[in-house]
Ligand binder design. Structure first.
Ligand SMILES: Cc1ncc(COP(=O)(O)O)c(C=O)c1O
Length: 414
């Protein structure tokens, strides 16, 4: 159906109406998403994998993995697939077999909550250290736990300042420490060095826990052997809708079994152990993760990583060729650039934080999208400057033409 007037989706979807054309509403959602897809390059959801086999076969019934992944109970669940996913990710991260525990979460945030909750129960007087480049879920979790957080500066490239970390740890060395390292910071995809963090903890003889928030880069780095659950690391959280492009928010959390002092009380009514943050859990997500791993395997996913990094490198070159600047970390899909002019941002969905923006070459982003972006950037950069407005005495009129504010930015997708 084509609409000659702008379509008011909220009006069409208003449930107080006597009759609603549900097909029109659903079609409009799909149309809007499809229209936005070609210029949506700011958020890290891969779009190259086909999940329709799972959606088609399993999508129309409830699959509830309630309780612990090892529970046998319930009728329609996918816990066998969930256990296979956990084992695959744990193998990839070289997590010792006798120490494995984990489950499929609703995303990186729940993974961080589950891991930090377990660590904080084990070390209830710990201070929780994280860098200023850490995802906003980390200070949120610190608040939920009622813990004391310590924010450590990150450098301009997004990596934690280990000298400041050492100083903050030293100052509080009578308390245990829970340190959150990020593998793939949200803005620049920087990777904090767990070996250096572990060495600082050892140097001051501080007990505690090292958690890695690897929402974006966990699987790509583990495929390279660059991220391992070695002795220093106690837990890892990974998002499933980022590198694996699962079409529903989900993730995986792994926590060393010995960290979980309390292994969950038994719930009679569900005949399951209460080890997870939510009770009912999405069995469809576990099946989608399993399918994405089973169909492509390690080699297929390594190829996806290599292709995406190649495109990211190419993107840096193309942007630099326009006269604008761009850079990336060597392992990263993320290309960081000074925030482009508003004409570019109005068309392209980038992620912007004040003067810095990024686009992310996730698997499925094409060279032709990069060419189109670079062409728009070149046109905006070389366009004649706007005709100056008449001077007035008001402060507002003396503000720059393009304030780097957030309020006009689209909301993050993940
Ligand atoms: C580093 C990092 N951690 C955690 C998250 C949160 O993950 P989710 O959106 O899956 O809850 C994100 C999402 O962008 C992230 O970049």
């Amino acid at each position: 159906m084509t609409h000659t007037h702008p379509f008011d989706l909220a009006l069409a979807a208003d449930l107080s109406q006597a009759s609603i054309d549900v097909t029109v509403v659903l079609d409009q959602l799909v149309q809007d998403a499809e229209r936005a897809a070609s210029t949506s390059v700011g958020y890290p959801g891969a779009v190259d994998l086909d999940h329709s086999a799972v959606m088609g076969r399993l999508g129309s019934r409830l699959w509830n993995n309630i309780g612990d992944p090892s529970d046998p109970g319930g009728t329609a669940h996918t816990r066998v697939l969930e256990q296979a996913v956990i084992a695959w990710v744990a193998d990839l991260l070289a997590m010792p077999a006798g120490e494995r525990w984990g489950y499929v979460t609703t995303g990186g945030t729940e993974g961080n909550l589950s891991a930090l909750h377990a660590a904080y129960r084990r070390w209830p007087t710990a201070r929780i250290y994280y860098s200023t480049a850490a995802h906003y879920s980390i200070p949120k979790v610190v608040g939920i736990l009622g813990a004391r957080g310590v924010a450590v500066e990150a450098g301009p490239d997004g990596e934690m300042d280990y000298t400041q970390l050492a100083a903050e740890l030293r100052r509080r060395r009578r308390y245990p420490a829970i340190v959150v390292a990020t593998a793939g910071t949200t803005m620049t995809e920087a990777v904090d060095d767990t070996t250096r963090i572990g060495a600082v903890l050892d140097e001051y003889g501080i007990r505690g826990h090292l958690h890695v928030d690897a929402a974006l880069s966990g699987i790509p780095l583990a495929l390279d052997g660059l991220l391992r659950l070695d002795d220093a690391v106690g837990s890892v959280a990974i998002s499933g809708h980022k590198f694996l492009g699962i079409p529903t928010p989900c993730g995986v959390v792994l926590v060393r079994d010995r960290i979980r002092r309390i292994h969950g009380s038994h719930v009679a009514y569900t005949n399951s152990a209460d080890t997870t943050i939510t009770g009912s859990r999405c069995g469809l997500a576990a099946a989608l993760l399993w399918h994405a791993i089973a169909v492509h395997g390690r080699e297929g996913h390594r190829w996806r990583v290599a292709e995406a990094r190649r495109l990211a490198e190419y993107t840096v070159e193309r942007i630099n060729a326009t006269g604008w600047s761009a850079w990336r970390h060597p392992h990263a899909f993320t290309v960081v650039l000074p925030t482009p002019p508003i004409a570019v941002r109005n068309k392209w969905l980038l992620a912007t934080d004040g003067p810095v923006s990024h686009l992310i070459c996730m698997p499925g982003i094409s060279r032709s999208q990069i060419h189109a972006f670079a062409a728009d950037l070149a046109a905006a950069v070389t366009a004649p400057p706007p005709v100056p407005r008449p001077r007035t005495q008001t402060a507002a009129a003396s503000r720059p033409e393009e304030p780097h504010d957030h309020h006009a930015e689209p909301q993050p997708a993940g």
